[in-house]
Design a protein. Structure first.
Length: 190
């Protein structure tokens, strides 16, 4: 592929505190050092792509306007720190409401779309999240998956990371540092 490497990040539990069906922008809490980690990616010209499941929409717990308001507030909060998200992709579905879809993680539909629309190379990209489903696409595309072991990580995902030897980190900042440290300078943004 000729695309650029990117950082595919989950939102809840990775960039912001996982508040379960977040609908009020006032409830956003940035996780420690998450904005600084995103800014480091920005400084290296690594596109930051958020891929998030928002099943609360299918369940009627929030709507698309709620999601967009939270997204806009997060963008503003990051901008105030000198960081930015380059694109966001969201799955509003849940298999119990409407059946399965290709875009709900661990499905790869949103990743494929982002790779095509943003001219990215999935094999040279980073995949980070607090659950197995957030990093599963790394195996499909040949990229670097790093699962965060944080408060919101379920025990079964911790066990799966250990059993499958999925690299783990204590925070987004740790995962980004590891990725950037292993990335040759000549491929940044290329």
């Amino acid at each position: 592929m000729s695309g650029r490497p990117a950082a595919f990040l989950d939102r809840d539990g990775t960039i912001i505190r996982d508040s379960n069906y977040l609908r009020d922008p006032a409830d956003i809490v940035l996780l420690p050092n998450a904005a600084a980690a995103i800014r480091r990616l920005n400084e290296r010209d690594i596109p930051v792509i958020v891929v998030t499941n928002q099943s609360g929409i299918a369940r009627g717990l929030l709507n698309h306007n709620d999601y967009q308001a939270v997204r806009a507030r997060l963008d503003d909060m990051l901008r105030a720190t000198g960081a930015r998200i380059d694109a966001s992709y969201m799955c509003p579905h849940h298999p119990d409401v409407g059946g399965p879809c290709e875009c709900r993680k661990p499905g790869i539909g949103l990743y494929r779309r982002a790779i095509a629309e943003q001219d990215l190379d999935g094999a040279r990209s980073l995949y980070v999240g607090d659950r197995w489903r957030d990093v599963a696409a790394a195996a499909t595309f040949g990229g670097t998956g790093i699962m965060l072991l944080v408060e919101s990580t379920p025990p079964e995902d911790r066990d799966r990371a250990a059993a499958e030897r999925i690299p783990t980190a204590a925070s987004l900042a740790d995962a980004v540092d590891r990725f950037l440290g292993a990335l040759p300078t000549s491929v940044d943004g290329q």
